[in-house]
Design a protein around this ligand. Structure first.
Ligand code: SF4
Length: 426
């Protein structure tokens, strides 16, 4: 029996980095132990259930289950006891099964289980750190940038991440109504400068394929919408959701992009890889928006591994976010100087394709501000002094002619109005 179970779990547990055999077996055994402790041993959970995304959502591991499943630290016990007042706790059995039972610092465990520090708030923390609630012309729309909007399609997720900056909105208690979605479509349709619609929430891939198809069709039918993006953690926490029907539906709505949210290479399992590759094979570019989390992924080694593994499955590291100032997450934020030092350990040391933009999403709705190490030491009309990734100074000569006007613009854009980047409503 053990052999069969190990064989069945083999695909599920195989690391993407050709882990040495002993480590691989340890991973299999550890995952098996978690499953058994959940009373979700493979004997109890036929593969047709385990691989059914709706089963995974129905059987989400809740706060009250966790103490029965893991030996908790005092900090975790305190966090879970307060969970009702903090932010909902929940994760799919699939994602929960990736937990390392022996280590409270396991990056999966840290994202699922609150610590007592969540009870501590510091003065600068906000319920709505990105000022979304002051940029919503209709309840399901956030409009902060000139040509793009965020459409909040639902308020449920397959996991409730301890660092979530939308904890005030998500949890599954107050989904947008049909009327609110209609208002959102109407706002996008009458606001001609919107070129790009990001559908998020909550996690839009937790919707049924039919409902998501309806939302995408309504947005796609608006002539001035050029691209649609979906923000989702489903490839990380519920990869079995990415099935043939979903992919066939999504590809009808091109150009469509998916941005997902892997924070640690431990999350890149065979299932997650299969899910991402399915999307990419359907012509859907997939990007990754990681969050820098203190003590979870805040080492050069951890970030390098994450970004390399993402590229190997054709997921482009897009953003690395400095933690937002959301209530109860101070313990998860890194100092900004540490974030910059970590970036210095990436640029030049690994493929430029693997390097995300490090950004602070400015409090109050100021938008994303890129930060990072300084490579430009000095600049004048004659020359620029650069500092490369090894700290060497290199001179770059400025050109003699400075006029950068593009004469052909007046031909190529002859019939067009100037780019409309004005602020304002519809
Ligand atoms: S999946 Fe996204 S929206 Fe949902 S809890 Fe996690 S970070 Fe928040």
């Amino acid at each position: 029996m053990a052999k069969t179970v190990l064989a069945r779990l083999a695909g599920a547990c195989r690391r993407v980095d050709n882990a040495p055999q002993a480590r691989y077996e340890a991973l299999v055994v550890s995952r098996l132990a978690v499953l058994a402790s959940l009373s979700l041993s493979p004997r109890d959970v036929p593969p047709e259930n385990w691989n059914d995304w709706r089963w995974q959502l129905r059987n989400s591991v809740q706060a009250e289950d966790i103490a029965k499943l893991l030996e908790l630290t005092d900090d975790e016990r305190l966090g879970l006891a307060a969970a009702g007042h903090l932010f909902r706790v929940g994760a799919t059995p699939y994602y929960f099964s990736l937990i390392d039972r022996e280590h409270p610092h396991c990056p999966v465990r840290r994202q699922i289980i609150p610590w007592g520090q969540e009870l501590r708030t510091v003065p600068a923390e906000l319920l709505d750190p990105l000022g979304e609630d002051t940029h919503n012309p209709t309840p399901a729309i956030v409009h902060k940038y000139p040509d793009r909007v965020l459409l909040l399609a639902l308020d449920r997720c397959a996991i409730y991440c301890r660092h979530c900056n939308r904890r005030r909105l998500v949890g599954g208690d107050d989904p947008p109504t049909r009327a609110e979605l209609e208002q959102a479509f109407d706002y996008i349709a009458r606001t001609r400068r919107i070129r790009d619609v990001l559908i998020s929430g909550g996690d839009p891939l937790c919707l049924s394929t039919e409902k998501l198809d309806y939302i995408l069709s309504r947005v796609r039918a608006i002539p001035h919408v050029e691209i649609i993006r979906i923000g989702t953690r489903v490839p990380v926490v519920l990869p079995m959701r990415i099935d043939d029907a979903l992919v066939a539906m999504l590809r009808k709505h091109h150009p469509l992009f998916v941005n997902t949210h892997f924070n640690h290479a431990k999350e890149i399992t065979a299932e997650a890889r299969r899910g991402c590759e399915k999307l990419v094979d359907a012509g859907i570019p997939v990007g990754n928006q990681a969050v820098l989390l203190r003590g979870v992924n805040s080492s050069v080694r951890s970030l390098r591994r994450l970004f390399r593994e993402l590229l190997k499955m054709r997921v482009k590291p897009y953003y690395l976010f400095q933690g937002d100032t959301v209530v109860g997450t101070d313990h998860l934020r890194t100092p900004v100087e540490t974030a910059i030092e970590l970036m210095a350990g990436l640029r030049g040391w690994m493929s430029g394709m693997a390097i995300p933009h490090l950004v602070i999403d400015a409090p109050g709705g100021g938008g994303k501000v890129p930060i990072g190490p300084k490579y430009l030491a000095d600049m004048n009309d004659e020359r620029v002094m650069l500092r490369n990734y090894r700290g060497q100074s290199i001179e770059y000569p400025q050109p003699q002619d400075k006029d950068c006007t593009v004469p052909y613009d007046s031909v190529f854009f002859a019939d067009e109005l100037p780019d409309d980047d004005r602020e304002g409503g519809a």
